[in-house]
Write a protein of this length. Structure first.
Length: 302
């Protein structure tokens, strides 16, 4: 996620250099095509640029609004996971008491560790990036059980449910406490399902495809129109118009999948690490990992 409100031209071009190069090549080719062949056959009316520009602006605006809605929903979900994670640790540490304090601490520690494993397994699944970091918070037996499952985050939640049921059966927690902690487990499941829905629901490809096609058509027609009035300068101005539309559209495309591994997506590494730090501190651990550092000279965090 970008954390700077202002970007230098070099930073902007580092994200858009591919489309910039294609735009310059396209505008140059269109200019020479018009000069050496097309200008003898047809003149492009100036009104075309206005009509096309307005239509494309509506397309891009719709795409970006829908893309931002997906990104913001994902941020709400992970914000809820942050709150539920803290509540999970608090309930396990303070809700129940036993005569054997060591047993209580061990059970709470195991279930809190398992919750951290759930978060990191979920992050890995959403990003489609294999990562066994969550193994450090599971026992060897639990790793073997989880590895046999297709949905590893869900398998970890199943282990949590088994331990929670065991606490209820042994009378370690009463019925009201069981309901409260189980509700947190259900909310974790709901958050996981919502994330999977966003990830697995493809944004309508027709909107993306036709918007891209219309932008390129606009660049070509605009360059042809300007060639007749300003000559070779139409290459530069054609690129400038295309740069504005393409960059705005690319911004929306990068937001469509908020769990992708790119600078405009959700900072899942940072959020997961924040939860990890909070829960380990609640357990009184001394080996606390450092927060995720910003990358690319403080430009964004992942």
């Amino acid at each position: 996620m970008l954390i700077k409100s202002r970007l230098s031209l070099m930073q902007v071009f580092s994200f858009t250099w591919k489309v910039d190069l294609l735009l310059l090549l396209c505008c140059t080719g269109v200019y020479y095509l018009d000069v050496y062949w097309l200008s003898d056959h047809i003149n492009i009316p100036g009104a075309i640029s206005t009509v096309l520009g307005t239509a494309i602006a509506f397309f891009i605006g719709f795409n970006n609004n829908q893309a931002y809605d997906r990104w913001w929903e994902a941020r709400i979900i992970w914000g809820a996971l942050v709150n539920d994670s803290r509540s999970w640790a608090r309930c396990l540490l303070y809700f129940y008491q036993t005569d054997n304090d060591i047993q209580r601490q061990t059970t709470a520690r195991n279930m809190i560790y398992r919750h951290l494993a759930f978060l990191y397994a979920l992050k890995s699944a959403l990003r489609n990036r294999p990562d066994d970091y969550y193994h450090r918070y599971l026992s060897a037996e639990e790793i073997e059980i989880v590895s046999r499952q297709t949905n590893k985050p869900n398998a970890i939640l199943n282990l949590q449910a088994q331990d929670l049921q065991r606490l209820r059966q042994t009378g370690t927690i009463d019925g009201f406490q069981f309901i409260e902690i189980n509700d947190l487990l259900v909310r974790n499941t709901d958050s996981m399902g919502k994330c999977e829905r966003i990830k697995n629901t493809v944004f309508p490809t027709s909107y993306v495809y036709f918007t891209k096609m219309f932008i390129w058509f606009y660049v070509i027609m605009n360059t042809l129109m300007m060639t007749e009035s300003i000559g070779a300068w139409s290459i530069l101005f054609g690129w400038a118009f295309g740069f504005v539309f393409h960059t705005t559209h690319l911004n929306g495309i990068n937001l469509m999948n908020p769990f992708a591994y790119n600078p405009l997506a959700m900072p899942l590494d940072s959020i997961s690490r924040t939860i990890e730090i909070n829960l380990l501190e609640a357990l009184g651990e001394t080996d606390i990992p450092a927060p995720v550092e910003a990358r690319a000279n403080g430009l964004y965090i992942m």
